[in-house]
Write a protein that binds this ligand. Structure first.
Ligand code: C2E
Ligand code: MG
Ligand code: MG
Ligand code: MG
Length: 279
């Protein structure tokens, strides 16, 4: 039986193998219906320019409002959606919802704010990906540079030839590409050099123990300077303390994301945050 824990958050990892199978079967059946019923929604987490302290971008993060289980974390349903193929229609919905949000931002004169969305492996391999992105950009009249796609290193390494050709096409389209969770997967520095990638996101794993773990600080500093040499911008994920922020500023990290600045928030709350910083 699935459990509800803390703030009404359903957590998958506490389940036994049998329960996980039950959840798999249940979620695969329920997710498509939930999309029709509009039970998925996006939250937006600000990304702050560490030089100016302004919000320059937001990451769209999906949530599932389950009729019985409450709010389900993407950590608990994305992998199931990926396996069943439901990630394709869900990803299409995420893209179009994010583009609609970009249009609203433009209409409110926040033309410089960008939105990043996460792409999973199956979406990245979908032959319709490029068309889908083109259509969404066209429909909502979005400057492609304002849309950022986050992909992981592991995804890139699965099929490097496909990665190169898809990334090249995305580059031609003018969208921004970021490597998410950098440092915890299989990275090849050789591919980093050749792949058209604009942004590197340092995984929270390296940030969370600053300033206690000196090795994490060395690695973080090294990743930042390597990325800059390769003409990439650097985002640090999961900044929770001022000490971490100051360390990253001192090492010329470009952008920060984390609870210190803001947790992921609904669109109207993002508008409020933007309004406040523009006064
Ligand atoms: P991610 O892309 O690495 O997103 C960052 C995660 O870190 C988010 O978790 C965010 O809420 C959390 N986070 C941000 N700042 C902090 C912090 O200061 N401290 C801590 N402890 N955590 C922080 P979330 O929203 O639960 O998403 C988890 C993962 O689910 C994402 O990791 C991403 O891989 C995946 N995901 C979320 N939305 C989508 C989506 O629309 N499509 C796909 N394919 N995957 C998604
Ligand atoms: Mg991400
Ligand atoms: Mg990440
Ligand atoms: Mg992460």
């Amino acid at each position: 039986q699935a459990k509800e824990m803390g703030r009404n958050q359903f957590r998958f990892f506490t389940e036994s193998l049998h329960e996980q199978l039950q959840t798999y079967i249940r979620f695969s059946r329920e997710m498509p219906k939930s999309l029709e019923d509009e039970n998925f929604y996006l939250l937006y987490q600000p990304q702050v320019d560490l030089k100016t302290s302004k919000i320059i971008s937001v990451e769209a993060l999906v949530r599932w409002k389950h009729p019985e289980l409450g709010i389900v974390s993407p950590l608990d349903f994305i992998s199931i959606a990926e396996e069943t193929g439901f990630i394709v229609p869900l990803g299409r919905w995420v893209l179009s919802t994010a583009c609609r949000a970009l249009r609203e931002l433009s209409d409110l004169q926040y033309d410089d704010v960008r939105i990043a969305i996460n792409l999973s492996s199956r979406q990245f391999r979908d032959p319709e990906l490029l068309n889908m992105i083109r259509q969404a950009l066209h429909r909502y009249r979005i400057d492609p540079a304002r849309l950022e796609l986050e992909i992981t290193e592991t995804l890139l390494m699965q099929d490097i030839d496909l990665a190169i050709s898809t990334l090249t096409e995305l580059q031609q389209l003018g969208v921004t590409v970021a490597i998410d969770d950098f440092g915890i997967g299989y990275s090849s520095f050789n591919y980093l050099k050749t792949l058209p990638i604009n942004v590197l996101k340092v995984d929270r794993e390296f940030i969370k123990d600053i300033p206690d773990h000196l090795d994490d600080m060395e690695i973080t500093a090294a990743i930042i300077s390597m990325a800059h040499r390769l003409k990439m911008k650097v985002v640090a994920e999961g900044i929770e303390t001022d000490v971490q922020k100051v360390f990253l500023e001192e090492h010329h990290c470009d952008v920060g994301q984390g609870y210190l600045f803001s947790k992921p928030v609904p669109l109207d709350e993002l508008f409020e945050q933007l309004a406040q910083q523009h006064v």
